[in-house]
Design a protein around this ligand. Structure first.
Ligand code: FRU
Length: 533
């Protein structure tokens, strides 16, 4: 972020937001979800500006999703927490704004937990309080040239998240060292220590703090100055244990967003695998080699998955580690050509940890609940694709929303270059595919419609290394009207990119350059939109 317009924000804060209530911004702000480029099966706010996902937790059958929200404009401004609810992670109901700026500042990113044991004492009637932990960003202190204008505060809810009260003792973590970037707390319950652990970003590293009651916190340790990429500010960490698939072993994962510095430019999310003993995070030896000397390991190689974190309090009988990210990039998020709102979230994903030939790696896969959006299933037969194979008809008339699972066989020559192409009658075209010669997946939005709104948007083709080995290349793709998400090789390589065709793409082709490719078979699923009309 940081090319943000603080002055208009400040004026708006002083002029009115201190006394805002949810009645000022009813959640149903007339959206029809039919505007040009409006995502049809991704979450986006009804109107106005959105960035990071915040405070996700599950409680009593409801998945909560909060988000950085500025309800008065389509560019970034004084931050609130917008709020939405889902019972299936796919369909969302807009709720009133959960947190408004106050005299301590704007409400920046953070997390939320169910305080099952009422350690905070904030619960009533024997029900656990829901506690949100966020960064206060004080624009007045910032403008005055101070360095301690970010600090952590909490708020709680006793009505299933419908209303939130700020804690009277805020801030709970003051910025005594005066570190300018001191934000984005993620809080987890640590079973072993029977304590709360908070991890947040402090410019070029993360800090771990601990608490018994969510109100009084002590500093434990720091991590990261010497590891990973530091080409930009560290933001939005997440910390969680993950069982290693197929092994009797659990490792700790630290997600870390960075802006700029991602492999294809601008905002991106790197991660670290190691152990966390309730005090210190220590990198796994093999992983340390991958993240030394300013090298990073990335969750998603596309340019549009940022500030993603995972849901808290998913029941153990479910056991998934569920993730969602902001489907944009600070390089251009504020100027993308959407008129009434800006930004969407990625699809929700399940993260797993596997031991690969390169060491521990996170695999991301779309949540299985998305299968409920399939309105038909079409088989694609095995065949050699020599140039292009038009599958538009197979998908049915409205080819715009779809999920595809395609398997290809790599030949010995290793010259294949193939994938999926979307196009429209204006000659605009988007391609996402695999190039055997370089061993890379790629996404090419250079000719996919509007690009001139930012020099940083479509200057180059985005590439992602193939992590899997073997001669079968598997592409699992989700295509909405303004985005593509590739989960290649069962989620080993992931790439998320947005695009803005002048007219919706309506032609879908499998293409093969340089001599063709063998399509082993595939499935195509037209999808239905998630929004009611
Ligand atoms: C990440 C970020 C966070 C901050 C928030 C402000 O995109 O810069 O670090 O809390 O956005 O909106």
């Amino acid at each position: 972020m940081y090319l943000k317009c603080i002055l208009p924000g400040l004026a708006s804060l002083l002029l009115g937001c201190l006394s805002c209530s949810s009645a000022d911004h009813p959640p149903s702000e007339t959206a029809h979800y039919q505007e040009p480029h409006r995502p049809q099966f991704h979450f986006s706010p009804a109107a106005h500006w959105m960035n990071d996902p915040n405070g996700m937790f599950y409680y009593e059958g409801e998945y909560h999703l909060f988000y950085q929200y500025y309800p008065d404009s389509t560019v970034w401004g004084p931050m609130h927490w917008g709020h939405a609810l889902s019972t299936d992670l796919v369909h969302w109901e807009h709720l009133p704004i959960a947190l408004y700026p106050d005299s301590l500042g704007y409400i920046f990113s953070g997390s939320a937990v169910v305080d099952w044991k009422n350690t905070s004492g904030l619960g009533v009637d024997g029900r656990p309080p829901l506690v949100a932990i966020f960064t206060y960003h004080d624009p007045v202190g910032e403008k005055a040239g101070r360095n301690d204008f970010q600090y952590q505060g909490i708020a709680y809810s006793n009505d299933k998240g419908r209303s939130w009260t700020k804690y009277s003792g805020n801030p709970v973590v003051p910025n005594t060292e005066a570190i300018r970037d001191f934000r984005d707390p993620k809080v987890i319950w640590h079973e072993g220590m029977q304590r709360w652990i908070m991890v947040f970003a402090a410019y070029d590293h993360v800090k771990f703090w601990a608490s018994d009651d969510l109100k009084s916190w002590e500093h434990l340790s720091d991590f990261g100055k010497e590891w990973g990429v530091h080409a930009g500010v560290w933001e939005c960490p997440d910390l969680f244990p993950l069982r290693v698939e197929g092994a009797d072993e659990t490792k700790w994962v630290l997600l870390l967003s960075i802006n700029p510095g991602s492999p294809n430019g601008g905002s991106g999310t790197q991660y670290f695998v190691g152990d966390f003993d309730g005090k210190d995070f220590r990198l796994e030896d093999s992983f340390a080699r991958d993240v030394q000397d300013e090298k990073g390991v990335w969750l998603d190689y596309g340019r549009d998955n940022y500030a993603g974190v995972t849901w808290s309090d998913i029941p153990p009988e479910d056991g998934r580690r569920l993730f969602i990210g902001w489907m944009s990039n600070w390089d251009y998020a504020q100027v993308v050509p959407t008129a009434t709102w800006r930004s969407a979230m990625t699809l929700p994903r399940t993260l797993t940890l596997r031991q690969t030939e390169n060491g521990y790696r996170i695999f991301s896969q779309p949540v299985h609940e998305l299968q409920g959006l399939r309105v038909a299933e079409r088989e694609l037969n095995a065949q050699d694709v020599l140039d292009t194979l038009n599958i538009t008809a197979a998908l049915g008339s409205s080819a715009v929303l779809m999920e595809l699972i395609l398997e290809f066989e790599l030949t010995e020559e290793g010259s294949a270059d193939f994938g999926l192409e979307l196009s429209n009658a204006l000659g605009e075209r988007y391609r996402i595919g695999y190039q055997a010669a370089t061993g890379q997946y790629y996404s090419d939005r250079t000719q996919a419609g509007a690009v001139s709104f930012s020099e940083k948007f479509a200057g180059q083709v985005h590439t992602a290394p193939r992590i899997a080995v073997g001669s079968t290349v598997k592409l699992h793709l989700f295509l909405d009207v303004a985005s593509a998400e590739l989960f290649a090789d069962d989620g080993a390589t992931v790439l998320t990119d947005i695009f803005f065709p002048s007219e919706n793409f309506d032609q879908v082709k499998v293409y093969a350059d340089h001599g063709g490719v063998k399509l082993l078979g595939g499935k195509a699923f037209p999808l239905e939109p998630i929004w009611e009309r």
